[in-house]
Design a protein around this ligand. Structure first.
Ligand code: CMP
Length: 159
């Protein structure tokens, strides 16, 4: 199973989309391991968006991400990173497919409602930046796991 980090960005908070976004991951069968509301700092955003630091939108992006607190979540599932990225949709709302979060709720290339880790490596880094280990509930029993996965998939949890 893979873990991935999702943020509801300030525009998602302002538009009241937290419940809608969480519902989409829940109904897919993903398991929620961690959840909190938090205010992102300059220091954290410098690390988070390290790869964008030379872009002309870097300052605007950081200011946008500090506008309100964000809701941060860790979700787990088979191929969790790519599954969550498909539910979220491509970066720009005006290109995202209908049915995805950005496709259904977004029109902007910058104010795109939600962030989702783009690789297993990025997820590990982002989870580490936002959560202490004791804030993540790795092992609680999911009562619906037997409905979501086949026996072989459950036995082979690392996939
Ligand atoms: P995300 O893909 O989650 O992470 C990088 C973010 O940078 C992206 O979402 C957008 O919010 C933002 N972004 C990307 N391109 C632009 C742009 N041209 N102008 C402003 N913000 C952008």
């Amino acid at each position: 199973m893979e873990r991935t980090l999702v943020l509801v960005k300030p525009d998602g908070i302002q538009r009241g989309l937290v419940g809608e976004i969480m519902t989409r991951f829940e109904r897919k069968g993903l398991k929620l391991l961690a959840l909190k509301m938090t205010q992102l700092s300059d220091e954290l955003l410098d690390k988070w968006y390290e790869h964008h630091k030379d872009k002309d939108f870097f300052v605007e992006l950081k200011n946008f991400m500090k506008w309100t607190p964000v809701v941060a979540m860790v979700w787990e599932g088979q191929r969790g990173v790519e599954v969550v990225r498909r539910i979220v949709g491509v970066t720009k709302g005006f290109e995202a497919e209908s049915g995805s979060i950005r496709g259904d709720f977004g029109l902007s290339g910058s104010q795109n409602i939600v962030h989702a880790s783009d690789s297993v490596e990025a997820a590990t880094k982002e989870i580490g930046l936002l959560f202490e280990d004791d804030e993540i509930f790795y092992t609680y029993e999911s009562a619906i796991e037997c409905l979501i996965y086949g026996n072989q998939e459950r036995a082979k949890k690392e996939d």
